[in-house]
Design a protein around this ligand. Structure first.
Ligand code: MRU
Length: 348
């Protein structure tokens, strides 16, 4: 049975637990995990059972709320002290996507001025649910803006998975594809497989195919040839953190695609919610880039493909300099040109 995947919610609060779509098992199995402790939540984020910047933020927020519901003490001081510790514990799960810290800090702010532990518990959960609801609206709005950049028959390349399962709903870079589909605007999507963890092959191809959107899978090293021979009109990707000058961290391989877009003179778009912007850093050089287990590179499906003992470099993200980005699409509109000024304006 095919599922309308943009209706599948990858993370949900359910009966005092977190119901999470295990993205590591896709596309072969659609399994929902029940996260019952804050340790389960940290593990789910660091092991990529949930991934994608907004979904990581939502899950972490539910994780902190979950801890709050289970807190048994009555001392307000003890509660607030431990809350900060648990915030730091969840914040240590992955370093690059700023939505993680943004969501956790929103929960911390929501309990400022509380007078009892029970008030704290209620407010933490309310704030986490609010983040999830808002993200759906925000992604819809990103999609509405982004779809105006494309016309019927366009062939568009996307990388990694910035789809519905990486957010509350709709996705960011993928949101315009769903809206185009709703409006009967045919678009042809090329998804790059996204080595080493294969989010493009396993997740984007699955998600778009299930939604009845025309999608063709390519390996990462086929991008230049595909742009040249299939007349790709544009590239659109998501983001994990965007600095004040527009420099954008996204899945490893994004920078190379931006360079290709420049070489082929086609637009390169980034779609991201305001929760992905980090105006506290002036440029992308300050973005921490996660390096992951070498086995992601030396093994395929648990099968060794590289010689034992070989040195491995496995950065999970790269930073695309702002001058290669044609425009950034946010829920508040499309930004291009002088990012320093325009991002500051839009975020205020
Ligand atoms: O390592 P991942 O799978 O969490 O990386 C995800 C990405 O790079 C996405 O493009 C980004 O988070 C945007 S998701 C809407």
């Amino acid at each position: 049975m095919s599922i309308d995947t943009h209706q599948v919610s990858s993370v949900n609060w359910e009966n005092g637990t977190i119901k999470l779509l295990d993205q590591q098992k896709l596309p072969h199995e659609t399994i929902f995990l029940t996260l019952q402790t804050i340790e389960d939540v940290r593990d789910a984020i660091s092991s990529l059972k949930v991934r994608g910047a907004p979904a990581i933020g939502i899950t972490a927020a539910f994780g902190l709320a979950l801890w709050g519901q289970q807190y048994e003490g009555e001392s307000l001081e003890g509660f607030l002290h431990e809350l900060q510790e648990k915030r730091n514990y969840l914040a240590s799960s992955r370093p690059t996507a700023v939505n993680l810290f943004w969501a956790l800090d929103r929960l911390l702010s929501s309990v400022e001025g509380i007078t009892s532990v029970s008030e704290g518990r209620t407010l933490l959960l309310e704030e986490a649910l609010k983040i999830q609801i808002e993200d759906e609206e925000v992604c819809r709005s990103i999609g509405e803006h982004a779809v105006t950049l494309f016309t019927s028959g366009d062939r568009i390349l996307t990388h990694c998975n910035a789809g519905g399962i990486a957010t509350a709903k709709y996705g960011t870079a993928v949101a315009p594809f769903y809206i185009a589909k709703e409006r009967d605007i045919p678009l042809h999507i090329y998804a790059s497989e996204t080595r080493p963890v294969l989010q493009g092959a396993r997740l984007t191809a699955w998600e778009l195919q299930n939604a009845g959107i025309d999608v063709t899978l390519i390996t990462d090293n086929m991008a230049a040839h595909t742009i040249a021979t299939k007349n790709i009109n544009a590239i659109i990707v998501g983001a994990d953190r965007i600095a004040a000058n527009g420099d954008t961290a996204n899945k490893i391989g994004t920078y190379g695609l931006a360079l290709l877009a420049r070489a082929f003179d086609i637009p390169f778009y980034v779609a991201a919610p305001l929760s992905t912007f980090d105006l506290s850093i002036s440029s992308g050089t300050e973005i921490p880039i996660e390096e992951r287990d070498p086995r992601e590179v030396t093994e395929l499906n648990g099968q060794r493909i590289a010689p034992e003992g070989v040195k491995v470099f496995n950065p999970a993200f790269d930073v695309t300099p702002h001058e290669l980005i044609t425009a950034i699409i946010t829920e508040k509109g499309i930004v291009s040109g002088n990012y320093v000024e325009k991002l500051a304006e839009i975020i205020e």
